[in-house]
Design a protein. Structure first.
Lengths: 177, 382, 177, 382
């Protein structure tokens, strides 16, 4: 599993490297990422995917609250939960903006016992609220040499407004065993 | 392991995938951004920082859950329009945060979306003061913002919100705090000589001669808290010693209307203390004051151990409610008041239900912790 | 006692008001203050007065440590003690700068039972150290309408570098009963 | 009351006054500013902020008293010259602290006076990363500073400290962390494919082709912590699982020299954890590692409950010292090592005396609390 992500990231890195030699401009990088598409580019998904909370509903029987760090989706989340900051499990609080890039966790859903890819997007442009729930879990987290699995960094880094506000956990893929 | 989601990384437009598990389709979720805060009345708690972002945390007065925040610069001050739909902050953004040239900025926010609508650069001499409601106020018609300056010599910057720029600076020597008049381009300020002085200006920024009241209080023996409130047409101040001053600023020369000692005849050496020491409920003409016992010179910032409900009509203490610690008060204006306290010592916001049929006793109903290291003031919607 | 200070402050205010009408420049204000001289202008004292710690020595028998908020000089000190921040009772830590203006307390020395005027100068241009001792005492403290007695404000306000680092307590006068 | 000091307010040049009390003259004190920190070895504790000033608190290793601090911007990183007389930081100063354009700045400090000597503006793509020693390093001759970037694609900014400006940006795709070579204009970086890649540049900023090692580690099954250390001529890394890798970067192509499992045969599921997980004492060739029990996938940032002393000579664990909680370690380099730990969970800096005659057992000797909410790393003078 990690190897697959690793390869994807390497591929990404090679393409961006080539691009970087042409331009060091952030907008340039952003469009390079957008062309490759996918998980690292949260905002690129937004116009394409319809909003769907069916998974949230399906797992409503889950004993662990979505505002608890023990909730299954948060297996590699280093940050403050957006649903304790004015947002929801998958939405940023009003007045903040979605991070353009994100890191990925692979978490097991206790309901169906399957592994899901979770995109941990930061919400940006504000300071954290006071009193939000801070989580610090690191399952399959890796140092920055596997950047897409790394959470010791501000994932608002690619936004114009880089202040860290909170983190959402968005299901973006499923791992078939 | 095979990664069903692998297509997802590369395939744009092909986002519905099927897992091997049952026949349930996997639909990737979409990240969104809330465009509005959750509906319902808000409490605004100002957590000021001197070396980073000051925050105004916005909470539901219903369940005290967090709706979001406004993030501003150092030394943040805050105020709201009368309809509570627009918020203003002043704060500073020095070049290197704790050093270098200071840029002072007035920011205008839409409360419903918690977004910055605009910025207006103001004079960098803005008072670098702890939170006080009297540091930032709006004019009667909300066209002007009044910003307290201190260098330490005091003045007030008048910001024309229509034009989006500073109109004029008003010298207010020896006076501090801004108390906007109910009408006109006018505000008053509390002065160390015991007077209230009124300042008037024209749309073009021409200043009239300030008008000083007779001596109203004695800054040495019965100093007033800055935290003055509007009660009907008058201004209310309390002294450190527990004298309530009712002042009129309706005519040209401000003047004292009334003064009484609400601590008189009550044992225990009680006195008001904190920052936002009073809150006023106009529906019942009842004033709430944060009180601490065993008062002495220097105890005027002690957090309250009780909140006293005082009838302005008959000048009596109606009820003394025990509280956990209250640096500042806020109260809703309607018939069934909800009282809020913040305690800067432990960062707690507490809500109390006030019962008008029980002499305005305040009963604890909820609290939330971790409102910040410097959670000084609270404003509440009805 | 307060009345005297009050009058001095009013006098100060009147002069600075006059000056303000000529210039809103901080440097201008600074020199106005310097001409008036005295307590509010800490830095103006520095080239004039020889360093003298005799009072510190004289009170060495004092039971209360100088790093405790109960030490007598700190009767109206809202801030972090410089002597727990790398400085001393009367000196700013290295790399910071003395505030150009200050507030005044009147504190009783238990050794001679006399009242002293204490200039609480802030040290500026850095953030507070972590772990310094924070004191919050307010004897004879007054709101900003008696600005020279007011401590709810950043007394680094007149410096170019306004970051609040810590506060010293300097004896500048004695009150004769 | 009569104010003897009244003259003082107005009289310049007349500062010696007499009180009515005895014949003791009152001499007004003079405020001063320390020009140097107190002498003696220092500990530097980095408390990083993401919404305000990051601090490097400087303490005496002798009594753990505070000597002062360096105050820098958000996301502060820190390093020292070999003689520990000059410090460098990188941090960001966005226009509105948490929003607006980012200015990234390298700052040079004189340690003895805790003053900023100069600022160099660097590329704003500087990695907005939690503290890691590998984010900011100096070249062998200390002429260049290496700054880690991430957008998230990774690169390194080379800052020419002689010229006082950025020399060149080196793309380091798939690699992260900066390990300067012992000689020349060269550094290496750890890569997700399990290699170490070496980058060389000329004084003019011309980049040589990067040289990638053979695969040294497996990022999935035995990932390395970023916190690599220099041990004599080699680089030391530990994996999450407790394998120690000794790598040479002395020749053109970096290569693995040795690897051994220091947890082998020890019960309890111990593994290294934290941020600055290792510290090395060259006098004895002993490595200290922060270890936690019951390790599992995802526990690699857990604070250590023990510090293990490992002999590099015979590849054995010499002693397991119980500690209160250790996120990062620092150790003096001499004959009688002092070990320091910081614990980011509670902001505590702790000092231990290490006894070389007792198998390098570390005995608690002092601690200081309140080192900050994000006190991640510690550096110590000898």
């Amino acid at each position: 599993m990690l190897k697959i992500i690793e390869k994807l990231l390497q591929s990404l890195d090679k393409r961006t490297e080539a691009r970087m030699r042409r331009t060091a401009d952030i907008a340039g990088r952003r469009s390079a990422l957008a062309k490759i598409g996918g998980v690292l580019v949260g905002s690129a998904l937004m116009p394409i995917l319809p909003f769907d909370r069916s998974l949230g509903v399906a797992f409503a029987g889950d004993a662990v609250a979505e505002t608890s760090c023990d909730y299954w989706r948060y297996c590699a989340l280093d940050g403050t939960l957006c649903n304790t900051s004015g947002g929801t499990l998958t939405s940023c609080p009003a007045g903040s903006e979605a991070s353009k890039v994100s890191w990925i966790g692979t978490c097991k859903n206790p309901t169906d016992n399957k592994d899901y890819l979770v995109s941990y997007n930061d919400c940006c442009g504000k300071a954290e609220v006071n009193g939000g729930t801070f989580c610090f879990t690191n399952k399959a987290e890796r140092p920055g040499y596997l950047m897409g699995l790394h959470n010791d960094i501000n994932w608002c880094m690619a936004n114009e407004n880089k202040g860290y506000h909170c983190t959402v956990a968005v299901l973006v893929g499923m791992v078939d065993a | 392991m095979r990664l069903t989601g692998a297509l997802f990384f590369f395939g744009i437009g092909l986002f519905t995938m099927y897992s091997g598990y049952a026949a349930e389709p996997f639909v990737p979720e979409r990240m969104t951004v809330e465009t509005k805060i959750r509906p319902g009345p808000n409490a605004f708690v100002l957590d000021q920082s001197w070396n980073g972002v000051s925050r105004i945390n916005v909470l539901s007065t219903g369940d005290l859950s967090t709706k979001g925040n406004l993030s501003v610069g150092l030394l943040g001050e805050f105020t709201l329009t009368k309809d509570h739909k627009t918020a203003y902050t002043t704060s500073v953004y020095p070049k290197r945060i704790i050093s270098g040239p200071t840029e002072a900025v007035l920011q205008e926010f839409d409360v419903e979306s918690l977004t910055v609508k605009r910025e207006i650069i103001i004079l960098p001499k803005m008072a670098q003061a702890s939170p006080q409601i009297t540091m930032l106020q709006l004019s009667a018609n909300e066209r002007y913002a009044y910003v307290q300056n201190a260098t330490p010599a005091t003045s007030v910057t008048i910001v024309d919100l229509k034009a989006g720029k500073v109109l004029v600076e008003v010298p207010t020597p020896g006076c501090y705090g801004i108390y906007p008049a109910l009408q006109g381009n006018r505000f008053s300020s509390l002065c160390g000589d015991g007077s209230l002085t009124t300042y008037t200006f024209s749309e073009k920024g021409v200043l009239a001669n300030p008008i000083k009241s007779a001596k109203i209080f004695d800054a040495e023996t019965d100093p007033l808290f800055m935290h003055g409130l509007r009660a009907e047409k008058d201004l209310l101040f309390t002294s450190f010693n527990g004298n309530l001053y009712r002042v009129s600023d309706a005519t040209d020369t401000p003047h004292l209307l009334d003064k009484f000692a609400y601590t008189e005849g009550i044992e225990g050496g009680w006195a008001p203390g904190g920052v936002g020491v009073m809150a006023y409920n106009p529906a019942h003409k009842v004033l709430f004051v944060s009180m601490h016992p065993d008062a002495e010179e220097g105890s005027h910032k002690n957090a309250g151990k009780e909140v006293w409900a005082i009838s302005l009509a008959n000048k009596k203490v109606l009820y003394r409610s025990v509280v956990e610690g209250a640096t500042s008060l806020g109260v809703t204006t309607g018939d069934k008041p909800m009282l809020f306290t913040v305690d800067v010592d432990n960062g707690v916001l507490t809500r109390y239900e006030v019962d008008p049929d029980a002499k305005f006793a305040a009963k604890f109903s909820a609290k939330v912790e971790s409102m910040g290291k410097y959670a000084y003031l609270v404003w509440v919607d009805d």
